[in-house]
Design a protein around this ligand. Structure first.
Ligand SMILES: [Zn+2]
Length: 327
């Protein structure tokens, strides 16, 4: 049975149409002019580990070809269209505006381009889209890109609740003390932003406690909560929604059967199912649901995950009411 689905955790730069990305990379001279599509494909998938030092190169490559307003607009529009065609009724697409300012765009320009691309897609297709702007966890201290992260917050203010629905902390959670990012999210909280935080994905489950102290409304991944009951209890206590991205995780150290998602569901955690990166994970939300079904997760439980996502979505109440009717 085809059911309407909700995607809360999807990175724009990791979910481009690869053929489009190839022609764009040629046009924008990001790759050599003689590079074939096959060579480009190999470049994108050269390293399978999704969190090695080299994997950031894949994201850098995709971000490098998204440095112009029209390209950000087109990429977002196209992603929204493909999501609609898959039966997704609401999606939150995230990106980091600070990675799209190499050719003269301001962070605000980048956010505006993505928000406008999503708006146009919503005019043309019956899908609802919210945009999330990511602060980046990189460098060996939060000071490394503090200025850019602060700018991400301020550049998001004008479009917040006008296409932009929230903020995130993405990147390499092990690079420095997680809690170094707390002051930035204190500012975000004071400005009224809703936000989610990547935590307990590639790093220790203890980061989940650091993240919870920063008062997010959701946690990105959070799968390493299974390292310690204290982490699970802390999440249960807050009924904290978790954006679980199974295929994205199994690229590294586990397979579908050994992924903690089933344990998390058994413990009663508020799991939502998501894709993370359609290109790098070679997956989409239909596949994420399918893989869990193959592991014996019931239709009722999968539906519960969709309702969890609806509850946890950053969209306004009118949109939620509309979604409740069509799911
Ligand atoms: Zn992510």
């Amino acid at each position: 049975m085809k059911t309407a689905k909700i995607e809360l955790h999807l990175h724009l730069d990791g979910s481009l149409n690869l053929k489009w990305a190839y022609y764009k990379a040629l046009q924008r001279e990001v790759i050599p002019e003689k590079e074939t599509f096959e060579e480009f494909y190999d470049r994108v998938f050269a390293i399978n580990g999704s969190h090695s030092a080299l994997s950031i190169t894949k994201f850098d490559l995709m971000c490098d070809l998204l440095q112009y307003r029209e390209d950000l607009f087109d990429a977002t529009y196209d992603l929204a269209r493909r999501l609609y065609e898959m039966g997704i009724v609401y999606a939150e697409i995230r990106f980091a505006s600070q990675h799209h300012c190499k050719k003269g765009l301001s962070q605000y320009d980048a956010v505006k381009a993505v928000v406008d691309g999503a708006k146009k897609a919503m005019e043309d297709y019956p899908i609802k889209i919210g945009i999330i702007n990511c602060l980046m966890h990189k460098g060996d201290s939060a000071a490394f890109n503090y200025k850019e992260n602060l700018e991400t917050i301020t550049a998001s203010e004008e479009l917040y609740k006008h296409g932009l629905v929230g903020l995130d902390l993405a990147g390499f959670e092990n690079n420095c003390e997680y809690s170094e990012y707390a002051p930035l999210f204190k500012i975000a909280k004071e400005k009224g932003f809703r936000y989610t935080l990547h935590a307990g994905e590639m790093g220790s489950g203890a980061h989940i406690l650091d993240a919870l102290a920063m008062e997010p409304e959701r946690i990105g991944h959070g799968i390493n909560c299974i390292q310690d009951d204290r982490y699970i209890e802390a999440l249960l206590e807050r009924d904290m929604p978790l954006e679980v991205c199974v295929t994205s995780n199994i690229k590294t150290t586990m397979n579908y059967a050994s992924h903690p998602v089933r344990k998390m569901l058994e413990r009663g955690l508020k799991v939502t199912l998501n894709t993370d990166n359609m290109v790098f994970s070679k997956s989409n939300l239909i596949n994420e649901h399918y893989q869990l079904k193959m592991l014996g997760v019931s239709d009722d439980t999968l539906m519960k995950c969709t309702y969890n996502a609806l509850d946890a979505a950053f969209c306004d109440e009118d949109t939620k009411e509309y979604l409740r009717k069509i799911i």
